[in-house]
Design a protein around this ligand. Structure first.
Ligand SMILES: [Zn+2]
Length: 219
């Protein structure tokens, strides 16, 4: 599923926000990754309610087949390879619905400095922590990352996530509505910043292939 909230003067440039629609077959996948998909949908819902139009297009993607091969992310990347340079950033929320306390980003050092205003905006919601990586390596963004797209994910308290991850207990009662609102707020704030900034948000020059800290499809 793909939905665009069209940009204004830079509509051909894309900030992608996402989660994955499929789940492990034992449970409903409320946390893996229903909460991520709903958070990404909440980005456009929030910006519409505020009547905020971004300069760049914000694209919501609900990936398919994250759990069993990552063919959704790969298919998207292959179909959009010529447009990879138009993807300013890609964000995926796929670590459960625990409280977010910041963001992690697969970007270069200069780009990390340019995120200072974003961190200041996230701090009042308790999400001002920031970690820069050469490669973030979320399951569905792996191929876009290899194609050179800067990647983001929320930095989450996942201390109880693996108690029920990929079990029959990954059900809606494990999702705290307040934390889910925080996921939307962190993703919407990050997407809004990335969709409007004049700063270049580039990757580090370490390649995704050689610098990968995490293999794809492990979440
Ligand atoms: Zn997942």
């Amino acid at each position: 599923m793909i939905a665009d909230w069209p940009g204004t003067d830079r509509a051909d440039e894309i900030v992608l926000v996402s989660g994955h629609l499929d789940s492990w077959d034992l449970a409903t996948g409320a946390n893996d990754d229903g909460s991520g998909v709903v958070s990404a949908m909440g980005v456009i819902d929030t910006l519409r309610q505020l009547d905020f139009r971004p300069r760049r297009t914000i694209r919501v993607v609900a990936w398919m087949n994250e759990e069993n091969g990552g063919r959704g992310g790969l298919g998207y990347t292959e179909a959009n390879r010529a447009l990879a340079g138009k993807h300013v950033a890609a964000y995926e929320d796929d670590n459960g619905s625990g409280r977010p306390f910041g963001v992690r980003a697969g970007i270069g050092l200069e780009a990390a400095k340019a995120l200072a205003p974003l961190r200041a905006a996230l701090a009042p919601m308790g999400a001002g922590a920031f970690q820069r990586e050469d490669v973030v390596g979320t399951g569905d963004l792996h191929d876009l990352e290899e194609a050179g797209v800067p990647t983001f994910e929320p930095w989450i308290d996942s201390s109880d996530y693996f108690n029920y991850h990929h079990t029959t207990a990954d059900t809606l009662d494990k999702v705290d509505p307040e934390n889910l609102r925080r996921h939307v707020a962190v993703m919407a704030t990050t997407a809004w910043f990335l969709a409007n900034t004049d700063q270049a948000i580039g990757r580090s020059n370490v390649s995704a292939e050689t610098g990968a800290s995490k293999p794809p499809g492990q979440r």
